[in-house]
Write a protein that binds this ligand. Structure first.
Ligand code: HEM
Length: 465
């Protein structure tokens, strides 16, 4: 025990000395405000509306091009200006992320979300064809079937005075955030003896067992297709496109470098990135729509007009024609971006558009939530107004002032999939139910457990339409 304590003290002292040396060498070059000791003041502390507003004001209105934040261990800067965010994200470099992603690795390994370097480039190239538009079209039947099952399930809710629709918070995400908030648990030699670690291992075992069984089942019924895969670069010789898991199994069968463990990493990664994000997005959309009857009415009119009075199931083309619904989903993701912040580690010095220097190897935090609430780009930012995304209203707004799916080469690979999934689920619900508010969105207390969520109640009433 004594030895661990000594190790810990040495680690802390070493980090502080190294950090001070680093800071002196690099940040002394930066003119501007003094260092802000915003300890732990990142998005996990979004909190109540008042707290959030103070936080956003600090970030956006007391404007400095970059804030320097230190948690005592790692040097960070916050990037706030869309021009600077564009410089960072649109580059083919700077694809490394903050070291906190290491904590996801016991679950996700080094899959697409958590890898970098050559491995990330290879996996991204491998997986991109699984998210082409025609693949998403193939999935559409599945989206409709599941949305109809959801509607069926929600019928039971009509008899209840209200339904609490908190998004399913990933327990594992919660554990990881708990660890991030406690720097002394960064050290494995301490963390491994905690109850949190025990709980995390149990959860990870269950999740791994599940993803392995999904892969095994698919392998059993997977008939090696007649696809020709060029084993040098993983490119298809055939025009046929495959869904993600089939694509990975085909590549493995063709000798392209991906192991069973690699496939498991990606299945876990997509289960995490593809599940909590859209479920949080749909939940926030429902409570916003319930709180804005005029928006709800317009959505109903659009659905009726597209469906021409028919009660048949939705087709892909129907969802594509629902333009107002698209504006609503975009505005929901502006107000409540499922991924409220992202990070990058710089590969070389960057000079921002305002002339500040961000040295090589700095961790840059991009606060998507704060960016989306900057009154400079979104006047009256707390107001839910889907018309902000009408073409005439987006003219002149910097494209990097709206980045719910990040942007550039390391953006969200599943963004088109997510938009179709969310639109189908929301349209199916609105078509069948009148949503009435119990809780007001203005009072929501937000919490970020990797994914943005409301920490308390999100209650609405479902009534048969
Ligand atoms: C509302 C829904 C979604 C939102 C707001 C969202 C947002 C994001 C963001 C901001 C990133 C960048 C993360 C970072 O840089 O650390 C990202 C990455 C990613 N997303 Fe999504 N996402 C959504 C849905 C999905 C879905 C449905 C899938 C899969 C089916 C998916 C798969 C991924 C993957 C694999 C990455 C890592 C990409 C890479 O690093 O190359 N996401 N997402």
């Amino acid at each position: 025990m004594m030895l661990w304590f000594l190790q810990f003290v040495l680690y802390v002292l070493g980090s502080v000395i190294l950090y001070q040396k680093w800071r002196h060498r690099h940040f002394s070059k930066i003119p501007g405000p003094p260092s802000w000791p915003l300890v732990g003041h990142t998005l996990q502390s979004l909190g109540s509306p008042e707290h959030r507003w103070k936080y956003i004001q600090q970030l956006n209105t007391q404007y400095y091009p970059i804030f320097k934040i230190s948690n005592g261990f790692t040097p960070y800067v916050n990037l706030l200006d869309p021009h600077d965010i564009e410089i960072l994200l649109s580059s083919r470099n700077h694809i490394r992320k903050s070291t906190i992603y290491v904590f996801l690795q016991s679950w996700l390994g080094t899959g697409l979300l958590t890898s970098d370097g050559d491995k990330w480039h290879r996996r991204r190239k491998m997986l991109t064809p699984a998210f082409y538009f025609n693949i998403i079209q193939q999935f559409f039947k599945c989206f409709v079937e599941h949305s109809e099952q959801l509607v069926e399930r929600l019928q039971e809710e009509c008899a209840k005075p209200y339904t609490n629709i908190p998004p399913l918070i990933s327990q594992i995400g919660q554990l990881i955030m708990n660890r991030i908030e406690r720097p002394w648990l960064f050290l494995n030699c301490i963390y491994q003896f905690t109850a949190m670690n025990k709980e995390q291992n149990l959860l990870i075992n269950t999740l791994h067992k599940f993803s392995k069984s999904v892969i095994e089942n698919r392998k059993q019924c997977f008939v090696a297709s007649d696809l020709r895969v060029d084993s040098n670069d993983g490119q298809f010789g055939s025009k046929k496109r495959l869904a993600m898991l089939d694509l990975l199994l085909t590549l493995k069968n063709s000798g392209v470098q991906i192991s069973d463990e690699g496939i498991r990493e990606e299945v876990d990664t997509f289960m995490f990135e593809g599940h909590d994000t859209t479920s949080a997005g749909i939940s926030f959309a429902l409570i916003l729509i319930a709180n804005h009857p005029n928006v709800q009415e317009k959505l109903v009119e659009e659905i009726q007009s597209v469906m021409n009075g028919s009660d048949r199931s939705f087709l892909f083309s129907d969802i594509q024609q629902m333009h107002y619904l698209e504006l609503v989903v975009k505005e929901c993701l502006r107000l409540y971006p499922s991924v409220p912040s992202i990070t990058r580690k710089t590969d070389y010095d960057i000079v921002t558009s305002t002339g500040y220097l961000i040295p090589k190897d700095t961790i840059v935090i991009i606060h998507i939530y704060a960016l989306h609430h900057n009154p400079k780009f979104y006047p009256n930012p707390e107001k839910f107004d889907p018309d902000r995304f009408l073409p005439e209203n987006t003219k002149g707004r910097h494209p990097f002032s709206y980045i719910p799916f990040s942007a550039g080469p390391r953006n969200c690979i599943g963004q088109k999939f997510a938009m179709v999934e969310m639109k189908t689920a929301i349209a199916s619900i609105i078509r069948n139910f009148v949503l009435k508010p119990i809780d007001n969105t203005a009072n929501l207390t937000l919490i970020s457990r990797m994914i943005l969520n409301a920490s308390g109640c999100m209650r609405i009433q479902f009534r048969k339409r």
